[in-house]
Design a protein around this ligand. Structure first.
Ligand code: PMP
Length: 280
């Protein structure tokens, strides 16, 4: 593992952050997580474009270009020699005395590159249970902001109650998990909430939609309520870290036959084929 702060490579556990750092004081920043498979960052450009969009949306000018970040990620990977890794990249409004108004200082970029923590195939083959929770987040969930308080609290409460993930519902509309997007399959059609301001526009989500089209699965991006989720034949969640995770139970009610769905597993297989991942 290795760390990076504004031009310097450091050990991940080295203390470097000044007390007056805006990410620390205000959560005033944005981030990305990129998975590296067999030494190659997957969908790196898409992640970095989203990072820049998130930054723009909070009126933050990044201190590195996308090309510079790509080069830095390659440099960091070479330094660690890691083949299966997870890159965490964070850009904040910089280091300045704590006042709300934007300081006149450059943005601050930090990064860690660590060994990827894969989810065991046993979990994936069994599928997971989720719980529906009221979405208490703001209305700009398309921004990958550092402010993850509702997400972390929802995830912890779900775990403490025996669930794998919490799925946010706003006014009866199913949106996304605390750290993933959600899909269902009904009568052979793959359905996922539209990429509006109420969800993060997941890179894995977009990749899965492309794959579905490639392999001839019909796709609908549309709003749906909890009733359709509960009546689904299959359901799964997607993220850079989860890839495709079958959901077999929602608040104790079985989805389909209570086993990972056929279309879900086919999509996972095709997703992994994009980077020749071993397994399933
Ligand atoms: N929604 C939320 C709230 C997330 O935190 C994440 C992952 N960070 C996702 C969706 C999935 O995004 P991606 O596929 O780009 O990892």
């Amino acid at each position: 593992a290795i760390g990076f702060i504004n031009g310097e490579w450091i050990p991940v556990d080295q203390a470097v952050l000044p007390i007056d750092e805006r990410g620390h004081n205000f959560g005033d920043g944005v981030y990305e997580v990129i998975r590296v498979y067999q030494g190659a960052p997957f969908k790196m450009r898409e992640h970095l474009v989203r990072l820049e969009k998130s930054a723009e949306a909070i009126l933050l000018t990044m201190n590195y270009t996308i090309e510079e970040l790509e080069a830095l990620i390659a440099e960091g990977l070479a330094k660690t020699g890691l083949q299966e890794a997870s890159v965490y990249l964070q850009v904040t409004r910089g280091i300045a005395k704590r006042v709300h108004l934007f300081p006149d200082v450059p943005a601050s970029t930090t990064m860690t590159i660590r060994e990827a923590a894969d989810i065991s195939d046993a979990v994936r083959e069994k599928g997971v249970n989720v719980t529906l929770v009221d979405d208490e987040r703001w209305k700009n969930c398309f921004i990958k902001s550092l402010n993850l308080l509702p997400n972390v609290v929802a995830k912890q409460k779900a775990k403490d109650a025996g669930y794998y993930e919490a799925v946010f519902v706003r006014d009866g509309v199913v949106l996304e998990g605390s750290s993933c997007n959600i899909f269902l399959v009904k009568d052979g059609v793959l359905i996922t909430p539209p990429a509006n301001r109420y969800i993060l526009h997941g890179i894995t989500r977009a990749t899965l939609l492309d794959i579905a089209k490639e392999i001839g699965v019909s796709v609908e991006e549309k709003e749906f309520g909890t009733d359709l989720l509960l009546a689904a034949d299959e359901a799964f969640m997607t993220s850079t870290s989860m890839e495709v995770m079958p959901v077999v139970e929602v608040d104790g009610k079985k989805i389909g036959n209570g086993k990972p769905g056929e279309i879900s597993m086919k999509l996972l297989k095709n997703y992994r084929a994009k980077f020749q991942h071993i397994g399933v």
